[in-house]
Design a protein. Structure first.
Ligand SMILES: Nc1ncnc2c1ncn2[C@@H]1O[C@H](COP(=O)(O)OP(=O)(O)O)[C@@H](O)[C@H]1O
Ligand SMILES: [Mg+2]
Length: 387
């Protein structure tokens, strides 16, 4: 972060850099300690809104602009040397993209010690996981269409820019009070090129993981995000997770129960997938989507099945989904601004107002001393598990 010559890396004690040119340890000059980044003490911490695999997220007020923002503290515990790769990828990707259905990253700020780093993002009032957990009635079909269209517009933009998100799920979808859906959490996202490099099949939270990954494929394509989008679509319609596996094996079983056993005819690359050597698959010839959503129209069933094509090459693209006749038939998608507004489950504002001792407004310089101590954590842990 320091603004001198770029040829350095963090040393163990984090207050010095090692010059790559000379190999010498060098003190970081005072004026360069924060580099061009602002300090987190310019932000007033208001509330802790979430915690996932890679970071803790706070709602905070930027005291310079008076705007409310989200601050994601990068997790560093496991890092001995420098910044975690997930955090660097997230910063790199978010800094280079801009779309109304993708959470906007405004800047990176640093804490007092150089090893705390925060991403400053636009603040979104809800995430879909906490909403689903706290809503009394499910979303109506026109609201589901509104959410899916926005998700797919964000996804189309990412895929056009050669980015695979690799962790789409309801807790990574945010919604503003104006009904705008934003894709968030780019900790696992990757840029891909041709030829594709082999990558770990252990990505994407289990419930949303595509069959090619479950069967050990190391080729990641945009189709893995589409499968996850299908799981989100099913979850919004059914008001419960579609394929809530407890283990990889159970996830495979649930997938087969829902869509039938894959074979070479429908998926030519299937017999070559690495994990197949370890399993004997149960033969289940039926597709149970129609049975699971008996009330859904023909275009709705067709669309779901298009998202859940076993063969990633045949699976829908984000553009295909947006173009689907499901979105032009009644009930029509509602406009985002007409989405209902919801109480802010995560912020627990009332609780803070009624019990000011628990949510004391900190003095400015105090703001980020006690990171991690306040707790108004959101949403079920089970959706957030990342296996
Ligand atoms: N910009 C934001 N505005 C409001 N809440 C957010 C924002 N970003 C994240 N959150 C909340 O914090 C949670 C964890 O953030 P996320 O970026 O998904 O981190 P992780 O990589 O740890 O899963 C989200 O599920 C959401 O509830
Ligand atoms: Mg997350």
């Amino acid at each position: 972060m320091a603004d001198d010559r770029a040829t350095r890396s963090f040393s163990q004690d984090r207050q010095k850099f090692v010059s790559i040119l000379s190999g010498e340890l060098m003190e970081i000059p005072e004026k360069s300690k924060l580099g061009k980044c602002r300090s987190v003490i310019e932000f007033e911490k208001l509330n802790r809104v979430g915690e996932g695999t890679y970071g803790i997220v706070y709602c905070a007020r930027d005291t310079k602009s008076n705007k409310i923002v989200a601050l994601k503290k990068m997790r560093m515990e496991k890092e001995k040397d420098g910044l975690p790769i997930s955090g660097l990828r997230e910063i790199d990707i978010l800094l280079n993209i801009r779309h109304e259905n993708i959470v906007e990253m405004k800047e990176v700020v640093v804490g007092k010690s150089l090893d705390s780093i925060f991403l400053v993002m636009e603040y979104c009032e809800q995430d879909l996981a906490s909403l689903l957990d706290n809503m009394a009635a499910p979303f109506s079909e026109s609201q589901v269409k509104c959410i899916m269209l926005q998700l797919c517009k964000g996804l189309r933009y990412l895929h056009e820019n050669f980015i695979i998100h690799r962790d789409l799920k309801v807790s990574n979808l945010l919604m503003t009070d104006k009904g705008c859906v934003k894709i968030a959490d780019f900790g696992l996202a990757r840029k891909y090129g041709i030829p594709t490099k082999p990558m770990s099949p252990k990505v994407v939270t289990l419930w949303y993981r595509a069959p090619e990954l479950l069967f050990g494929s190391k080729t990641h394509t945009t189709a893995i995000d589409i499968w996850s989008a299908g799981c989100i679509f099913g979850e919004l319609l059914a008001h419960k997770p579609l394929l809530p596996g407890r283990s990889e094996l159970h996830q495979i079983e649930l997938t087969i129960q829902m869509f039938g056993t894959p074979n070479e005819t429908i998926w030519p690359d299937f017999p070559q997938l690495p994990a197949l050597e370890q399993f004997t698959l149960k033969q289940q010839p039926y597709n149970n989507i129609r049975h699971t959503f008996p009330w859904l129209s023909e275009p709705g069933i067709r669309l779901l099945n298009f998202l859940f094509m076993y063969d990633p090459l045949k699976r829908a693209s984000a553009e295909d989904i947006i173009e689907s006749s499901y979105f032009t038939e009644p009930p029509h998608p509602c406009e985002p601004e007409f989405m209902p507004s919801f109480p802010q489950h995560r912020l627990k504002r009332r609780q803070a107002e009624e019990n000011p001792k628990e949510e004391v407004k900190p003095k400015l310089n105090d703001s980020f001393k006690d990171f991690g101590s306040s707790s108004s954590e959101s949403a079920t842990k089970k959706r957030k598990q990342s296996l």
